[in-house]
Design a protein. Structure first.
Length: 79
């Protein structure tokens, strides 16, 4: 693997980790919105919001696993 491809993979790892962090942060904000006692979310939509939070967390796990797989490839190529 040439140097450019290796740098592209390193950049991909950084991007995937950022995506995972953003999804975790977004799910955290939505969770706080469910916990705080306000009338901003109607009762019938709370299940939908919980489902969205679950999807965001699954996406974060998927991005993190993809980052770790790509990082493993980078580590193998560097040595």
């Amino acid at each position: 693997m040439n140097e450019k491809e290796l740098m592209d993979l390193k950049d991909k790892v950084i991007d995937l980790k950022r995506f995972a962090f953003i999804l975790i942060a977004l799910s955290g904000f939505l969770s706080v919105g469910l916990i705080l006692p306000t009338d901003s979310i109607a009762t019938e939509y709370q299940g939908l919001v919980v489902g969205i939070i679950a999807v965001l967390l699954v996406g974060a796990v998927w991005f993190h696993r993809a980052a770790m797989r790509t990082q493993k490839i980078v580590n193998e190529e560097e040595f």
